[in-house]
Ligand binder design. Structure first.
Ligand code: MG
Length: 206
């Protein structure tokens, strides 16, 4: 793995900054192993529903399986942190791909993140989380000091509370950020040339 340093320690986050990811990615496959290595990431937490697989899917797509293999090939450890109650589905998705997982996760509570850090054996400052929701993945990851990466949801099919509550609040947040012309803090230089407007509500989904 490349011996590079991640962004220097940041000042404490303001309440709004806890809701802002450090990287707004256009999709999961934009988060390449090479970019993770360049950020010094050694461990990667992954949300499951609508990040790795659609809500009702019982398989990863071939592209997601290939992406997971590529991440593992560069030595980055992975662990799914999902609020799902469907444990059998979680196991059947993760185990064939060699992806770790933890049970009893209730994002944005910190317990599940701590379990995942212990499972991977990586420090928070060298660990990232990829997820599709602000109020679970990003908020929880920022509370833990992880490098937070937001991706658009794979599908509009979601748990009803997610669809009617969380997404509505996300729209309010991004409307506010857009009006304030706020940009996510500490956007890495690595992708600066690829995203001239880091706040992209259109990438957050409906
Ligand atoms: Mg999700």
């Amino acid at each position: 793995m490349a011996d590079v340093s991640i962004a220097p320690p940041a000042p404490p986050l303001t309440p709004v900054e806890f809701l802002i990811p450090r990287w707004f990615a256009h999709g999961l496959f934009e988060v390449t192993p090479e970019r993770l290595e360049a950020l010094g990431i050694q461990g990667l937490m992954l949300d499951l529903d609508n990040t790795l697989a659609e809500y009702y899917s019982t398989d990863f797509s071939p592209e997601v399986s290939e992406w997971l293999c590529a991440v593992h090939d560069v030595g980055i450890k992975t662990c799914v942190v999902s609020n799902t109650h469907r444990v059998a589905r979680l196991k059947s998705l993760c185990e064939p791909c060699g992806v770790g997982y933890v049970l009893g996760v209730r994002k944005p509570r910190r317990k599940g993140f701590r379990l995942a850090l212990a499972k991977m054996g990586t420090p928070p400052e060298r660990t990232a989380i990829v997820g599709d929701q602000i109020f679970t993945d990003v908020l929880g990851g920022n509370r833990m000091g992880l490098y937070t990466i937001l991706v658009p949801p794979l599908s509009h099919k979601e748990f009803f509370a997610t669809r009617w509550v969380s997404r509505s609040l996300e729209r309010v947040l991004f409307s506010y950020l857009d009006r304030c012309r706020r940009t996510p803090p500490r956007v890495p230089d690595l992708r600066a040339s690829e995203s001239d407007s880091p706040v992209r509500p259109e990438n957050i989904g409906p």
